[in-house]
Design a binder for this molecule. Structure first.
Ligand code: SOE
Length: 379
C-alpha cells in the first residue's frame, strides 16, 4: 500500500548551493509545513562547493553529488530515493536537468523561466506527459492568499466582464553594471549562454505576465513590445514594455524593469471589469483593493475577508500576524504536496504556465525585432 498519505516527501536539489538566494527560499518554503525533507543534492557545478554546501544542509555525504545526471541515476536506484527534484540552477540547465530526472519518473519542482526557448520547453512537456510526473513551476506570487482571492473574485464574476489588465514589475538592482563587478546573481542573469535570450524579460517579465494571466484567467492573443538595455555594455535587456490584447477583447499593458531606481520588488496588478476593479501590490501582500463601481473602496485583508477554502489553504496564521514572500512560496509547496499525495493540483502553477511564459518571451522578442509590430502569441 502506498505510504504517500503519511510520510514526508523526499527532495533532492540541483543548484542552490552556498550564496544562492533562491535555493534557500525553496528550502525554507519546503520546511514550513513539515511535509518535505531534503535528502540529496547536486548543489553546485563546482564539486568542492557542492559538497561543502551539502554538509551545511545535513545531506549525507553519499547523497551529495558532483553531477546531476549521476544523481538522477543513483537516486532512481535507491529504495529510499528522492520523490522530487528541485531545480534552482541558471535557466539554461532547467530543461536538461528536468529531463534527466523525468526519465526516471522523478517529479519536478522548477524555477522560472521554464527554458531558454519555446521549442526546448515543448520537448520537455512531451517527456513530462509521457512519464506522467508532476511539475510545479515556482511562480511565487501565485502563492499569496490575496492573489488567490483576486483570482476567485474574477472567476465568480464580481468584476463583471474584464476590460483592462495592467501589470508592472519594477526592481532597481541592475541599475548599474553589477554583473561586471562580481555580483554572481547578476552575472548569469546577463549572460545569454546561461540566461537565454531574455534578461529582465525572462527574470521578472515572466512573473508579471503570469500574475496577469493567473488572476484574469485570460489568455493573451497578441502583443506589441519593445525591449531596452539602459546600462551600457549589458548583453541582455534590462527593461521591457508591452501592450497586450487579451482574448474576449480586454486590453492591457505590462512593463518590467530592473533599472527602476528606488524600486525593490514592486510587482503590482490592477484589473478593471464592467462592475468593479481590484488592485494588488506585492510589497503589501496582506491586502487586496476591491472597488465596486459607485461604492466605497474596500481593502480586503488576509484572514478577515470572506474565507474560501482556496484562501484558507494558502494561509497559516490569523489576520494581523503578517505573512509574506516565504509563506507564498510555501503555499506552492503545499499545492505540490497535496497533488503528490493524490489530491488535486488546483491553483498550482505548472508546465502549461511555463510554456505560456516561453511563448510570451518569444512573442516579445519577435515583436521587438520588428520595431514593436503586433504579433500573435502562441497559446
Ligand atoms: C531577482 O530579480 C529575483 O530574485 C528573481 O529572479 C525572482 O524570480 C523574483 O521572484 C525576485 O527577484
Amino acid at each position: 500500500m502506498s505510504d504517500r498519505a503519511t510520510r514526508r516527501i523526499r527532495l533532492g536539489m540541483v543548484g542552490g548551493g552556498e550564496g544562492s538566494f533562491i535555493g534557500s527560499a525553496h528550502r525554507i518554503a519546503a520546511r514550513l509545513d513539515d511535509q518535505y525533507e531534503l535528502v540529496a543534492g547536486a548543489l553546485s557545478s563546482t564539486p568542492e562547493r557542492a559538497h561543502a554546501s551539502a554538509a551545511k544542509l545535513h545531506i549525507a555525504p553519499e547523497r551529495s553529488y558532483a553531477d546531476y545526471a549521476e544523481m538522477a541515476r543513483a537516486e532512481a536506484q535507491r529504495a529510499d530515493g528522492i520523490d522530487a527534484v528541485v531545480i534552482v540552477t541558471p535557466n539554461h540547465l532547467h530543461v536538461p536537468v528536468a529531463r534527466a530526472f523525468v526519465e526516471h519518473g522523478i517529479h519536478v519542482i522548477c524555477d522560472k523561466p521554464l527554458a531558454t526557448s519555446l521549442a526546448e520547453a515543448q520537448a520537455l512537456a512531451q517527456a513530462v506527459q509521457e512519464r506522467g510526473v508532476l511539475f510545479l513551476l515556482t511562480h511565487t506570487y501565485a502563492g499569496y492568499p490575496m492573489v488567490r482571492q483576486a483570482r476567485e473574485l474574477v472567476a465568480a464574476g464580481e468584476l463583471g466582464e474584464l476590460r483592462i489588465v495592467q501589470v508592472e514589475y519594477a526592481q532597481d538592482w541592475l541599475s548599474t553594471p553589477v554583473e561586471q563587478q562580481g555580483n554572481k546573481q547578476a552575472e548569469w542573469r546577463n549572460d545569454p549562454k546561461r540566461a537565454g535570450p531574455a534578461g529582465a524579460l525572462g527574470d521578472i517579465g515572466t512573473h508579471a505576465y503570469h500574475l496577469a494571466r493567473y488572476v484574469s484567467g485570460l489568455a493573451v492573443q497578441e502583443l506589441s513590445a519593445e525591449l531596452s538595455t539602459f546600462v551600457p555594455g549589458r548583453a541582455l535587456d534590462d527593461h521591457v514594455q508591452a501592450m497586450l490584447r487579451f482574448e474576449g477583447g480586454a486590453r492591457g499593458m505590462l512593463w518590467a524593469s530592473q533599472v527602476a531606481s528606488g524600486a525593490c520588488n514592486a510587482l503590482r496588478l490592477r484589473v478593471y471589469g464592467t462592475k468593479a476593479s481590484l488592485h494588488f501590490d506585492q510589497e503589501q501582500p496582506e491586502f487586496l483593493g476591491f472597488a465596486p463601481q459607485g461604492e466605497p473602496v474596500r481593502l480586503l485583508r488576509r484572514g478577515m475577508s470572506p474565507q474560501t477554502p482556496a484562501l484558507a489553504a494558502a494561509s497559516r496564521i490569523p489576520a494581523g500576524h503578517p505573512e509574506g514572500y516565504l509563506e507564498a512560496f510555501a503555499a506552492l509547496y503545499r499545492d505540490f504536496a497535496r497533488a503528490w499525495r493524490g489530491g488535486d493540483s488546483a491553483g498550482m502553477p505548472g508546465l502549461q504556465d511555463g510554456l505560456d511564459g516561453m511563448a510570451f518571451i518569444e512573442a516579445v522578442l519577435n515583436s521587438h525585432r520588428q520595431d514593436a509590430r503586433w504579433v500573435r502569441v502562441e497559446n
